[in-house]
Design a protein around this ligand. Structure first.
Ligand code: NAG
Ligand code: NAG
Length: 266
C-alpha cells in the first residue's frame, strides 16, 4: 500500500513539475535552454492553426510517394511543437491524417486565385502556405505581369480572411534552363510584391525555396519540376523556418470561428 502511495505521490509530483515547465533543461540562472520553437506551447502562444496549403500540383503533393508532399512533415512538426492543426482546402490528397489541400494540378496563378475566391471565405484560415506560379513559368504565360497576378491573389487572401498570416514560397529550381530563367524572373517579381505588402503591414513572410535549405536539382523528379520525397522534406523545413519567423513577428492570431471546423483537423 505504502509503496503504491509513494509511487503515486512521485508520479503526481513529476506530473506537476512537468506542467510547471520545471522538468525542462535549465541554464544555471534557471532559464530554459530550449529554443522557442521547441517549447510545448506552440506558435502564437498555442493558438490553433487553421492552415490552407494553396497552390498547384506541388501543394497537392504530386510526385511524392504518398502524395503528402511537404504537408505531413510540416504538420507533424507543428503539432509536436504544441499547436493544434486543421489543414483546410477542397482538394484532399495523400495518406496523411488531415490531408486537405487547396492545391490544383497544372493551375496557374489566376486559376488558383479563382479557387481561393471560393474556398478562403469558406474556411477563413489563419495561415496560408502559398506556392504558386510554376505553371505560369512552364507555360511562359505573360511573365511581365506575373507579379501583378500574384499580388492580386495575395490581396484577395487578406480581404477574404483578415486573420491570415501568409507564408509565401518562392518557386523551386527547375531542370529546364528556359523555365528556370522565368522562375528567377518570377521570384524577383514575387519579392517586390512581398516588399509592397509588408510595407502595407500585411502579415507576410517570404520563404526562399532556392536557399541552401531548399530542394536542389537532384531532389526533383524526372519531370524536372516536381520534388521527390527528399525535396518535399526540404520544402517542409523551409516552410517551418517561415512559421518560426512569423511567430517571432507575433503574426499568429486566432482564426475566425467557422461552424463545423474543428481545431485539430479531426
Ligand atoms: C533569463 O530569463 C530572465 C527572465 O525571463 C531574463 O531577463 C534573462 O535575460 C534571461 N537570461 C538569459 C541568459 O537568457
Ligand atoms: C484523404 O483522407 C481521407 C481520410 O483519411 C481518405 O478517406 C481519402 O481517401 C484521402 N484522399 C486522398 C485523395 O488521398
Amino acid at each position: 500500500m505504502l509503496a503504491h502511495k509513494q509511487l503515486l505521490c512521485c508520479v503526481l509530483a513529476c506530473a506537476s513539475q512537468m506542467a510547471n515547465g520545471l522538468a525542462l533543461p535549465r541554464t544555471p540562472n534557471g532559464n530554459s535552454t530550449l529554443s522557442r520553437d521547441a517549447r510545448a506551447k506552440g506558435f502564437g502562444d498555442g493558438v490553433p492553426l487553421r492552415i490552407m496549403p494553396l497552390g498547384a500540383s506541388i501543394t497537392y503533393g504530386f510526385g511524392s510517394s504518398d502524395k503528402n508532399g511537404y504537408r505531413k512533415d510540416l504538420r507533424d512538426k507543428i503539432e509536436a511543437n504544441g499547436n493544434k492543426v486543421n489543414m483546410v482546402g477542397d482538394n484532399p490528397s495523400g495518406s496523411m491524417k488531415d490531408n486537405d489541400t487547396e492545391g490544383w494540378k497544372s493551375y496557374t496563378v489566376d486559376q488558383v486565385h479563382d479557387k481561393a475566391d471560393g474556398s478562403v471565405p469558406k474556411y477563413k484560415p489563419n495561415v496560408v502556405l502559398v506556392n504558386v506560379g510554376t505553371n505560369d513559368c512552364v507555360q511562359n504565360k505573360d511573365m511581365p505581369n506575373a507579379g501583378k497576378r500574384l499580388q492580386s491573389l495575395l490581396e484577395a487572401l487578406y480581404t477574404k480572411s483578415p486573420k491570415a498570416t501568409v507564408i509565401l514560397s518562392t518557386l523551386l529550381v527547375n531542370k529546364d534552363p528556359d523555365v528556370q530563367t522565368r522562375v528567377k524572373d518570377y521570384n524577383a517579381q514575387l519579392k517586390k510584391v512581398a516588399d509592397q505588402l509588408q510595407a502595407d503591414k500585411k502579415r507576410l513572410v517570404v520563404v526562399d525555396m532556392q536557399s541552401d535549405m531548399g530542394p536542389k536539382l537532384e531532389d526533383l523528379n524526372s519531370d524536372g519540376t516536381h520534388p521527390g520525397d527528399e525535396g518535399y522534406r526540404k520544402m517542409a523545413d523551409v516552410f517551418w523556418e517561415g512559421l518560426k519567423e512569423a511567430d517571432r513577428r507575433n503574426y499568429f492570431v486566432a482564426a475566425d470561428k467557422v461552424d463545423g471546423l474543428a481545431d485539430d483537423g479531426a
